[in-house]
Design a protein around this ligand. Structure first.
Ligand code: ADP
Ligand code: ZN
Ligand code: ZN
Length: 725
């Protein structure tokens, strides 16, 4: 009788909580199979999975043979492999889906690890001959000058010139430059010197440098206090010790300016990882990091999956930022996962923010994070003066009071710039029928559509649906349709007519679809007196030395939200936007226009700043049993029919059973009960300690997949949800 059959246990990107056994493919196998990609048949498809272990089956019935190896050696190994297994356990997601989320698309699809040897550019003979005829000051001319004497490595070009690739492409098309493979490592540019650190900054850098192994730091510094300088100095030391540095930045923080500052100051290639790159570029950076060639990687959320064989330091800038939490698929939190990796790698992890999350503050207070404070603005800049403008009973014109308009005029006439912040894009949040109260609802969501195009178009900000605005009310036929409320477009329209002599530039997600669009729009304003109107996208990015007045309109909606994190988010937003004022020598002012001047949130923020606010908020969270004093998991279900979603959650609820330690609430409608045509309900699990919650999920989540009710719904589990939506 034949003995047991050896198999490969493969993690596949399918929504099933298990590994799959395959026979090894024909032909030579890698020495170490675990961590290698393998192409396998699955149903009538071909999938790329990762070998997670070796197994044995007594019965080979139905066992299929894998098609081919996709790697000669493990793609995942060591710390990253272990950490990703941890992530799969922690998020209770299938390992195969976690691993595939961690890979750039080409690798996920089975492409070989891309080549990362060095490339350089040189002028051709024609290029040398025509160099002087290129238009002076143009990018192609700039590039040609850089190449005048020698071949220049691409990494070095990246450090010396922004967006050199575009110029290289256009010159290559004309036969003036060519790309050649290089055998030697690049010569790096001379790093630019930084400012002399002030004592608080120097103490922070010294603390980070003296960390021995894993140590979390919370760099808690007011806006403009020079946190980025601390990062740069810490990175310089990390590089000097031969370490790799990973820097995570929020989606809106990764600007060409940020990268240029890092490149200039470090004098070596800084590898960017963000959504603006194409898949092959991402895969190249991933490979360069895996080979230890990329020494500094700056990226957004998913850059937390970068392999770091020579890790020395991990930095999370603006650690409170919501974009670090992935809201679909594998719902990981990049900050939290970075901490897990830092611990496994034995390197310091630096969380920086002017408005730390309550979670991080709580950890700092409890002594789990070393708390580094920067209380002063760096250089000459002084903190802005904050004023609350009570607009009760004051007539508002398109949302602006006469005082505000007067103040804006004064700053403009003094040659300064003004930022008007409103966290609502579009023209108006609602189109209202004045006669019957109809409010243009989205057909697929339980929410009104936003008015755009000065009143001509409607758009749903939840599902993306668009349609022309009706001319008459569909409910009663009346023509009295009026945009209600204020969005950035409406503010722009009003300000442009009230201050016709000054440029008004609107910046929100509608106008900055492309990554560098924000920079270009800010550049159109330059140093001229003028007005910026925009959403929180303006809270971060480009330094605006001429900006002396920040006006915040329409914060009132945020003061009374049901979401337990709403106050925290609002306070962070206000402080971040306010931080844009007075970055230079001219003192800045911040005006908050509100109907609730006595609201405790505003009073605490204005009189004491973020920390007293945060402390009060932490006390409330503790009293109410909310995070960080409780640990949550949210089981969401959506279906076209509400009964199906509820049936699944009821079945889930009885599966979860009566647990003493874990409270289960629901099923209850999601805060947005219908979106994109789906009815949405949820079950909330809460527990004062993490272990009992995870112990329960460990045993029960695999059983959820098997519930017959699961077939009729889309469901997901969100551990540590940031939004209860
Ligand atoms: P943050 O990241 O905290 O917002 P930055 O590091 O961007 O602050 O610093 C804000 C501004 O202050 C920058 O223009 C920076 O060059 C400058 N700066 C930072 N540290 C110093 C210092 N020690 N001396 C003088 N200027 C500084
Ligand atoms: Zn009507
Ligand atoms: Zn919608």
């Amino acid at each position: 009788m034949p003995g047991p059959i050896p198999t490969l246990q493969v993690a596949l990107p399918v929504p099933l909580p298990r590994l799959f056994d395959y026979l090894a493919p024909d032909g030579p196998a890698p020495q170490v199979a675990v961590g290698c990609r393998l192409k396998v048949p699955f149903g009538n498809r071909e999938l790329v999975g990762l070998v997670a272990g070796h197994g044995q089956l007594d019965d080979g019935q139905g066992l299929r043979q894998a098609l081919a190896w996709a790697d000669p050696a493990p793609l995942f190994q060591g710390e990253l492999w272990q950490s990703l297994q941890w992530l799969a356990r922690y998020t209770h997601a299938p390992l195969g889906e976690v691993l595939s989320t961690a890979l750039p698309a080409p690798l996920r699809q089975g492409d070989p690890l891309p080549d990362t040897h060095h490339w350089g550019w040189q002028l051709t003979a024609d290029g040398h001959a025509q160099r002087d005829r290129l238009r002076a000051g143009s990018r192609p001319r700039q590039l040609a000058e850089l190449l005048a004497d020698a071949v220049v490595d691409e990494d070095v070009l990246g450090a010396r010139m922004e967006d050199w690739r575009g110029a290289a492409r256009s010159l290559a098309k004309r036969g003036l430059v060519e790309r050649i493979g290089l055998s030697v490592a690049p010569q790096h540019a001379q790093p630019l010197p930084g400012p002399r650190l002030n004592p608080e900054q120097a103490a922070a850098v010294a603390a980070i440098n003296s960390a021995d192994g894993f140590q979390p730091f919370l760099l808690d510094g007011v806006t403009g206090s020079g946190k980025t300088e601390v990062y740069l100095q810490a990175i310089v030391q990390c590089l000097a010790r031969g370490g790799q540095a990973l820097v995570l930045v929020p989606e809106i923080g990764l600007t060409p300016q940020t990268l240029a500052r890092f490149r200039g100051r470090l004098g070596i290639a800084v590898h960017a990882l963000h959504s603006g790159l194409n898949d092959n570029e991402r895969a190249r950076v991933w490979a360069a990091a895996a080979r230890g060639e990329a020494r500094v990687i700056v990226g957004t959320r998913s850059a937390v999956f970068t392999p770091l064989p020579a890790a020395g330091l991990i930095i999370i800038d603006e650690e409170h930022d919501g974009s670090y939490k992935q809201q679909d698929g594998i719902r990981y939190h990049a900050r939290d996962f970075a901490l897990v990796r830092g611990k496994a790698l034995g390197v310091p992890v630096l969380l920086g923010s002017a408005t730390p999350s309550l979670e991080s503050l709580h950890n700092a207070h409890a002594g789990r994070y070393a708390h580094l404070r920067l209380k002063q603005r760096a250089g000459d800049a002084r903190p802005p003066r904050v004023r609350i403008l009570d607009v009760r009973k004051r007539p508002l014109r398109d949302g602006l009071s006469a005082d505000v308009l007067e103040g804006i005029g004064q700053h403009l006439r003094a040659g300064q710039q003004v930022l008007v912040f409103k966290n609502r894009r579009g023209y108006a949040p609602v189109l209202l029928c004045h006669d019957c109260g109809w409010t243009a609802p989205c057909q697929r969501c339980d929410a009104p559509m936003t008015v755009h195009g000065g009143g001509r178009r409607l758009q749903c900000h939840h599902c993306g649906a668009r349609q022309p605005a009706p001319l008459a009310c569909p409910a009663c036929g009346s023509l009295a349709l009026q945009p209600q409320g204020i969005g950035t477009e409406r503010l722009e329209e009003h300000l442009a007519s009230a201050f016709a002599d000054y440029p008004v530039v609107r910046i929100d997600r509608g106008t900055t679809a492309r990554r560098d669009a924000l920079e270009q729009q800010l550049a159109t304003l330059g140093d001229r007196a003028g007005i910026l109107v925009g959403t929180q996208i303006l809270a971060k990015g480009h330094d605006l030395p001429k900006l002396t007045l920040v006006v915040v309109v329409g914060i009132d909606e945020g003061l009374f939200s049901a979401d337990f994190r709403a106050s925290e988010k609002l306070a962070q937003q206000l402080i971040q936007v306010a931080g844009r004022a007075g970055r230079a020598r001219d003192p800045g002012e911040v005006w908050l226009q509100t109907h609730h001047p006595g609201h405790p949130l505003l009073e605490t923020l204005v009189s004491g700043g973020y920390h007293p606010f945060a402390q009060a908020e932490l006390n409330q969270r503790q009293a109410a049993g909310f995070p960080p004093f409780a640990h949550l998991a949210l089981l969401r279900a959506e279906a076209q029919q509400l009964e199906h979603a509820n049936a699944f959650l009821l079945a889930a609820r009885s599966l979860l059973g009566e647990q003493r330690a874990v409270d289960v609430y629901g099923p209850m409608p999601a805060p947005m009960p219908r979106r994109a045509g789906y009815q949405r309900t949820q079950l909330l699990l809460s527990c004062a300690q993490r272990p009992p919650l995870h112990a329960l999920l460990d045993t029960r989540v695999p059983q959820l997949y098997a519930l017959p009710e699961a077939r009729k719904v889309r469901w997901s589990l969100d551990v540590d949800p940031v939004d209860l939506y």
